[in-house]
Design a protein around this ligand. Structure first.
Ligand code: FPP
Ligand code: MG
Length: 322
């Protein structure tokens, strides 16, 4: 399911304007445009869409106020993915060759830094509320801490609490910040800011659980990544944690996922063991519970078109295939 296809006419128009702003933002330098355009093209635009929808959730907020920030959010997200692919030595992202594979890690670091700097330039030049800078800085700090924690515990089985802390830092805080920023730009009151932010947190937890699940059962052609990519890089996620606590073959699975260097055959074995348990259903049920928690925060005082879009995004998060 593609949530973009279900958006209202205004939201779809805003999305087109966003695309133009993103292209503009990477057009200052010829090499940057050539390197970034293919990477940016395949994104779902979930983060800026959340921000734009929340900014228009009560009354219309002019696009001049929202677009620079929405663009900055997509640039920060892309920068983090460029750096993530260097860390994971990934060769493909969104079905295209990663910057590190194409240009080497040195240039890829700089491409990520450039996107990141461009994002903050857009924010600095558009006179946003002081809270905007603070929220953006905090969300990036949390992304880094989440990534560092993950990289310092590769091939180690996290507890459920450690897993949830990690996905909160890596994903949920980012999505909740997008919603919070939309509400702040639209000058909503603190209760409205809080409830939209809570919607984003639950949505983010569901989003990352499904992301982790797709690593085992997604269609590789659609996700753009081979099965077991997380296992190969030592990132142990919810399907594995669940399978380890329920499978008769848990000792064999534990041996593979903590081995430090996983072969293709071992990945195939691990996936078979995981699929032989209730891990897939369990993760879906957990994600659905978070989506339900997200929906509860969508107040009836929101504009109907925006509430429907935010509900559809929640549905998309659990139904998505990429
Ligand atoms: C993708 O998640 C990666 C992240 C959510 C965050 C990565 C963050 C950093 C590298 C630090 C922040 C850096 C900057 C410049 C803002 P994933 O690895 O679970 O998903 P994937 O399967 O799509 O790679
Ligand atoms: Mg990754």
């Amino acid at each position: 399911m593609n949530f973009v296809a279900t958006l209202s006419e205004t939201a779809a128009k805003n999305l087109r304007e966003l695309e133009e702003n993103i292209r503009q933002a990477i057009s200052d330098d010829e090499f940057i445009f050539e390197a970034c355009e293919p990477l940016i093209r395949g994104g779902k635009r979930l983060r800026p869409m959340l921000m734009l929808l929340c900014a228009n959730a009560k009354t219309s907020c002019p696009n001049e106020r929202t677009m620079p920030l929405a663009t900055a959010l997509e640039l920060i997200h892309t920068a983090s993915l460029v750096h993530d692919d260097i860390i994971d030595t990934s060769k493909k992202r969104r079905g295209v060759e990663t910057a590190n594979s194409k240009y080497g890690a040195q240039i890829a670091v700089l491409i990520g830094d450039y996107l990141f700097a461009k994002a903050f330039q857009l924010v600095a030049e558009n006179n946003y509320d002081a809270r905007v800078q603070a929220i953006l800085s905090k969300l990036v700090k949390n992304l880094c801490v989440g990534e560092i924690r993950q990289d310092r515990s590769l091939f180690a089985v996290p507890t459920m609490t450690e897993y949830y802390t990690r996905i909160n830092l890596k994903t949920a805080i980012f999505l909740s910040s997008c919603c919070e920023l939309g509400a702040i730009v639209a000058q909503m009151d603190s209760h409205e800011v809080e409830t939209l932010s809570a919607y984003g947190t639950s949505l983010g937890l569901a989003f990352q659980i499904i992301d982790d699940l797709l690593d085992f059962c997604g269609d590789e052609k659609v996700t753009g990544k081979p099965h077991g990519s997380d296992l190969k890089s030592g990132v142990i996620t919810l399907p594995v944690i669940r399978a380890l606590s329920t499978s008769d073959e848990a000792p064999a699975l534990r041996k593979i996922v903590t081995s430090g260097a996983v072969t293709c055959d071992q990945i195939a074995t691990a996936i078979k063991i995981i699929r032989g348990t209730d891990a897939v259903d369990y993760c879906r049920t957990r994600a659905e519970a978070h989506v339900e928690a997200a929906r509860i925060n969508l107040s009836s005082s929101l504009k109907v078109s925006v509430r429907i879009a935010l509900e559809r995004i929640a549905e998309f998060v659990v139904d998505r295939t990429r």
